[in-house]
Ligand binder design. Structure first.
Ligand code: TYM
Length: 331
């Protein structure tokens, strides 16, 4: 059942419709890495309920995220795809690790500070969320975690928790490394290019959804904020243009230099048109496949059931090790 390959674990929350940021920052890299590693790709529904979810939407989105993994090219024969709540070891390990985590380190997390800023009743799950993420990763003795840049801090705390546990109870976990892709690690909002593109963004024109129809994608890119400089150049003075260039490069592989040369003297209209067409060309075939998979619920079920069988086996092995080292009586 186990191979000698190094292990990858990553996941996406089914908490909203997925964006181009999720695709370029995470999934597209997973597709590239799947041959070389033993991969676990999870739909992290336990994380999604740290904010309120409508049950029927959560159900639909959980399956849709799985369909997106498949449609993007994750091979179900070679990788383990599963739903986080189907492997109860994640919740159990999260508690054990919570007891090796400090309040101070959790309350310092940028994402927690952001999300709890304007709310009076902040769920405790928002605070302990990184511990559950650490459990996800550590249960599989993960070597590498391919994520977007926004997850760097959560990866650091996972490493700190693992090191602390190893020191307290002797070596138990592999210390995971982040894998932040060179391209698309942080796709920005099209309307506010100082902010990350996010499925919870306020302005719908700021984000592109994986499921946005081609005409919507064209409209959103056309409306993307640029500047009055009028030159396609990669620099921090032109954040809107820089972001569109990043998207184009992440999709097509064309270098920044080539993009600059190609649009020299052409202005933004042609550039935006080409960016939009590149996104459409990338996402349209995936959308067709997603819709096909969403019509094959029993096939999806087969995949997540097979996935959770393998995941349960591996995760429980680590969980038993943790319990034993802590001093719990073996069952
Ligand atoms: P989530 O669901 O917010 O995002 C899923 C993945 O998409 C990446 N991402 C982006 N990348 C580039 N540009 C963007 N604008 C952008 N927006 C999102 C994220 O970095 C992430 O890789 N806590 C995680 C989910 C998680 C997880 C894990 C990840 C739970 N357990 C274990 C790795 C390993 C999260 O909320 O991601």
């Amino acid at each position: 059942m186990e191979s000698n390959k190094k292990v990858i674990f990553s996941g996406i929350q089914p908490s909203g419709d997925l964006t181009l940021g999720n695709y370029l920052g995470a999934i597209k890299n997973w597709v590239k890495l799947q041959e070389e590693y033993e991969c676990y790709f999870c739909v992290v529904d336990l994380h999604a309920i740290t904010v309120k979810q409508e049950p029927k939407d959560l159900r639909r989105r959980t399956l849709e995220v799985l369909a997106i993994y498949l449609a993007s090219g994750i091979d179900p024969e070679k990788n383990t795809m599963f739903i986080q709540s189907h492997v109860s070891a994640h919740s159990e390990a999260a508690w054990l690790l919570t007891c090796s985590t400090y309040m101070g380190e959790l309350s310092r997390m940028t994402q927690f500070k952001e999300k709890s800023k304007n709310s009076e009743s902040i769920g405790a799950g928002l605070l302990t969320y990184p511990v559950l993420m650490a459990a996800d990763i550590l249960l599989y003795q993960t070597n590498l975690v391919p994520v977007g840049k926004d997850q760097t801090q959560h990866l650091e705390i996972a490493r700190d928790i693992a090191e602390r546990f190893n020191k307290t109870y002797s070596d138990t976990f592999v210390i995971p490394e982040p894998y932040i892709g060179k391209l698309g690690a942080k796709i920005m909002d099209l309307q506010e290019p100082t902010n990350k593109m996010s499925k919870s963004g306020e302005n719908v024109n700021g984000f592109i959804l994986i499921m946005d129809p081609p005409e919507v994608i064209r409209k959103k890119v056309n409306r993307a904020v640029t500047d009055s400089v009028g030159i396609v150049k990669y620099n921090d003075e032109q954040l809107g243009v820089k972001n569109l260039m990043t998207i184009l490069m992440a999709i097509t592989g064309i270098s920044m230099g080539e993009i600059e040369a190609k649009y020299d003297g052409l202005g933004y209209a042609q550039f935006k048109k080409d960016v939009a067409e590149a996104i459409v060309a990338e996402l349209e075939p995936i959308q067709i496949k997603i819709n096909e998979y969403m019509g094959q619920k029993s096939y999806l079920e087969e995949i997540y059931k097979k996935g959770s069988e393998k995941a349960n086996y591996v995760a429980n092995k680590t969980l038993r090790k943790m319990q034993k080292k802590i001093g719990f009586i073996p069952r």
